[in-house]
Ligand binder design. Sequence first.
Ligand code: FES
Length: 260
Amino acid sequence: MSVKENNKNPAETTVKEKKQLAVKLIPVHIMGKRYEVPEGLTIMKAMEYAGYRFIRGCGCRGGTCGACGTVYRKPGDYKLQVALACQKTVEPDMYVAQIPFFPANRAEYKFTELTSASEEVFGLYPELFRCVACNACTKACPQGIQVMDAIAALKRGDISEAALLSFDCIQCGLCTSRCLGELAQYHMFQLARRIYGARILSRAEHLAEMVKAVEEGEYEEALEKLKGMSEEELKRAYQEREVEPVSAGEDWRPKDKRYL
Ligand code: FES
């Protein structure tokens, strides 16, 4: 166990510093250089602790933006692993390198000219058929998506299935980084979800009704009223608003139905 060194007179040590002194440090290798970082940190925080400053490769810090793809290897293991730097915690002696951008093929297209035919995907991403079904993509996915199954759906021409299976994709590119066939699965899935949302999924009638109401000026008066409020009045209105209970069902409606 190692602790941070401190030359101060112990009598002058503050409670915060005492906590810091008790932190266990572990060795990690970041971009090929050895550092000692507190145990339990995420790779991202460990890198910042070691002095790195993120300009790219960091966004939400919560595992949803996909910006922080990272490769690492543990001592004694030949296998290269992948993870999100903001989610994976450091382990002793791990070797870490970040891949904030993965140079994968992304097809160019004018979406308005695309139909829902599976040939659209085949034409834009013919490499789809290079998939050898090794499943490395699924194992690499930090979102637990059945990546290989979604690719198989695309190969069958089932855009809907691919879109639904890949719904939780955060575009981190880690599947692509491990793909033997050099597929950019996440870009293919994005295309599938776009086609599914715009060309296959039936229109939401309530949304069309609401857009019509907005266009017809149904909310103008309420908006004008809000615009005329002071900051204090806005804060009060926000705090006093009726909030939907966590346990509310599908049929929940607010008491004030003027804007429904
Ligand atoms: S910073 Fe957004 S997923 Fe890690």
